[in-house]
Design a protein around this ligand. Structure first.
Ligand code: SF4
Length: 377
C-alpha cells in the first residue's frame, strides 16, 4: 500500500538507525506528544532499536487519556438523563469515571450510542426531534475541525436538539507546560504530524526558541519516526533548536486553512484541565459565544460533580513522561485492558495499553526486536 508499506521498509530502517548511531555522542531525551506515535514506537520496538544514549519518553498525546475526570462524570450524568441520546466514539465508553463508565450507563438503561462521525450524531438528532442528542467532542486539533463543522451545520440547518459536550485540547500549550515543569527533562520533541496537518507549524518556532528545544514534525510509520529522531538528534548534537518538518507528504507550514477557519469560527481558546496533569492555561477550546446554545454543559447545567480518581493509578505520571507504564505497581495485575483502572490502559492510543498489548513488561529484551512489515494501528 503506497505511503504505508514503503515507510516500513526494514532495510531503510537499518540505514536510518546506522545514521543515528553515527551522529550520537551523548545521552538525549526526546518526547513524542502523540498516542499514535507511542503505539508505533512500542509496536515496532523502535525505542529498543535506538542507541542506548537516546531515550524516548511518552507525552500526554492520547486524547482519551487526558480528558478530565470531571468531564467524564458530566458525560455520565447527561447520558443518564431520560430523553437523551448520548453519542460518542467507541473508545470513550470504557473510560472510567467516578465509579462507573458509559457502558454501565447503557446497561442501566441510558441511550448511549457509538458513532463513527459527529455527523452521525447530527443525523440522529434530525431523525429524533423529540430527543436531545449529545455528541462527546474530545481530542486534539485533529478531531476538533469535524466537531466544529457539525455544530456549524446544526446551526445552519436549525437543528436545536443537538449539542456538543466539548473537551478539546491543544498541543503547543502542553509543550509549554512540560518545559516549565520543575521536573522537565525533555530535550527535543517529535511533534504530531496529524495535528500539524491541520494547524501548520506556525506555533512551534517560538517554543523551540524560548525553551531551546528542537521540534521535529513527525509522522507515524517506523521510517517517519526514525527520521524524526535522526533530525532531532542531529540538531541536538550540533547545538541547534529549530522547527523541522519531517512529514512533508502531509504537512504544510500553513496547515489546512479551511479547517483552521472553521475552528476560528466555532471555538474560542480557554483554560483546560488535563487528566492527571491539571489545568494548563489556554490549552483548550470551547464553543464561542455565538454557538453557546449548542454547548451541552450549558444546556444541561450539570453541577454538583464530585470526582474521585481511582486509587493506585499513576497515569498522571505516565502522561507527563515521568513513569514508564510497566513501572506502575498495578500494571498487568490490578490494571489490564479488560479491567482498566485508568484511561491510559483503556484507550487504543494510551501508553499503558501499548505496553500491555506489545508485552512490554519491563526488563531487557533477550533478542533484538525487528521492524515489522505490518500496518500501524
Ligand atoms: S497501569 Fe493502569 S493503574 Fe497504572 S498508570 Fe496505567 S492505567 Fe493507571
Amino acid at each position: 500500500m503506497r505511503y504505508l508499506e514503503e515507510f516500513q521498509d526494514p532495510r531503510l530502517a537499518r540505514r536510518l538507525l546506522d545514521e543515528i548511531r553515527a551522529i550520537v555522542t551523548r545521552p538525549w531525551t526526546l518526547m513524542e506528544v502523540c498516542g499514535g506515535q507511542t503505539h508505533s514506537i512500542i509496536r515496532h520496538g523502535i525505542d529498543q532499536l535506538l542507541p542506548q544514549e537516546i531515550e524516548l519518553i511518552h507525552g500526554p498525546g492520547c486524547p482519551v487519556c487526558v480528558t478530565p475526570l470531571e468531564v467524564i462524570d458530566k458525560a455520565l450524568e447527561i447520558a443518564s438523563r431520560p430523553g437523551v441520546v448520548f453519542c460518542s466514539f467507541g473508545d470513550m465508553l470504557r473510560v472510567p469515571g467516578t465509579g462507573r463508565d458509559l457502558f454501565r450507563v447503557r446497561a442501566e438503561g441510558g441511550d448511549v450510542r457509538v458513532v463513527y462521525s459527529p455527523l452521525d450524531a447530527l443525523r440522529i438528532a434530525r431523525q429524533n426531534p423529540d430527543r436531545e442528542v449529545v455528541f462527546f467532542g474530545i481530542g486534539f486539533e485533529t478531531t476538533a475541525p469535524p466537531n466544529a463543522m457539525t455544530v456549524h451545520q446544526a446551526r445552519r440547518l436549525g437543528i436545536r436538539n443537538f449539542s456538543l459536550l466539548v473537551s478539546h485540547v491543544r498541543v503547543p500549550p502542553a509543550i509549554e507546560a512540560i518545559m516549565t515543569s520543575p521536573q522537565a527533562r525533555v530535550q527535543a520533541f517529535l511533534a504530531a504530524g496529524h495535528v500539524c496537518s491541520v494547524m501548520g507549524t506556525g506555533e512551534y518556532p517560538e517554543l523551540a526558541e524560548r525553551f531551546g528545544v528542537p521540534i521535529v514534525v513527525t509522522g507515524f510509520e517506523p521510517l517517519d519516526i526514525l527520521e524524526g529522531v535522526r533530525r532531532a538528534v542531529h540538531q541536538l548534537e550540533n547545538g541547534r533548536h529549530t522547527v523541522e518538518n519531517a512529514y512533508a507528504r502531509a504537512v504544510r507550514d500553513e496547515g489546512n486553512p479551511a479547517a483552521r477557519a472553521m475552528l476560528a469560527d466555532v471555538f474560542e481558546t480557554t483554560d483546560r484541565a488535563w487528566r492527571g496533569i491539571g489545568t494548563i492555561p489556554g490549552s483548550g477550546w470551547r464553543l464561542a459565544e455565538r454557538y453557546r446554545e449548542f454547548d451541552a454543559e450549558h444546556r444541561f447545567s450539570v453541577t454538583g460533580i464530585t470526582t474521585c480518581e481511582p486509587a493506585g493509578c499513576r497515569s498522571g505520571e505516565v502522561l507527563q513522561g515521568l513513569l514508564k507504564p510497566h513501572q506502575c505497581e498495578a500494571f498487568g495485575t490490578l490494571c489490564t485492558p479488560r479491567n482498566p483502572l485508568g484511561a491510559t490502559m483503556v484507550s487504543s492510543e494510551g501508553a499503558c495499553a501499548a505496553y500491555y498489548l506489545y508485552r512490554r513488561l519491563g526488563g531487557t529484551p533477550t533478542t533484538a526486536p525487528t521492524v515489522e512489515a505490518s500496518p500501524v494501528g
